[in-house]
Design a protein around this ligand. Structure first.
Ligand code: FAD
Length: 115
């Protein structure tokens, strides 16, 4: 852009930093929940991590497409496909609202009523 590589723009670097934060948070959260599930626990946390990483994937792929500009929207570029694929993640295998309502909120309320 204007004779410079866009990686030299601070705003692009900030986007990369935020993308890395969300990706690493999702990765660590997934490992923590996998550890719980290996012990036969973590049913609510499994729904939490599903809800979180699916939304994070939408944001991360959106920002990634933004970085690529108009070319990122073109079907020839992989980021275009990743953005479309990320959108379905919060629908299938448990819609976001259903997970939050029927698993997470239900468990939180049940736990609070036991105290
Ligand atoms: C690409 C793709 C592949 C799929 N593959 C499979 C597969 O291999 N096997 C399989 O069995 N299924 C598969 N599905 C189906 C998938 O599991 C369902 O689409 C998913 O469970 C959501 O159900 P639904 O489409 O009937 O939407 P609905 O359940 O009708 O949801 C529609 C909307 O209503 C909301 N909603 C639903 N209930 C509530 C509530 N109580 N309160 C508030 N909001 C609510 C949802 O959050 C959503 O926004 C696939 C779907 C897609 C898109």
């Amino acid at each position: 852009m204007f004779g410079e590589s866009i990686i030299d723009y601070q705003l692009i670097r900030a986007k990369l930093g935020r993308i890395a934060v969300l990706t690493q948070a999702g990765r660590q959260f997934s490992y923590a929940v996998a550890t719980l599930m290996a012990k036969g626990q973590g049913q609510m946390e499994a729904s939490m991590v599903k809800a979180y990483v699916c939304r994070a994937a939408e944001w991360v792929t959106r920002e990634s497409m933004q970085i690529h500009g108009g070319m990122g929207y073109a079907e020839e570029y992989e980021i275009s496909r990743l953005f479309v694929d990320a959108r379905v993640l919060s629908i299938f295998e448990g819609a976001d609202e259903t997970l939050c309502l029927k698993v997470i909120a239900r468990q939180l309320i049940a736990d609070s009523q036991q105290d």
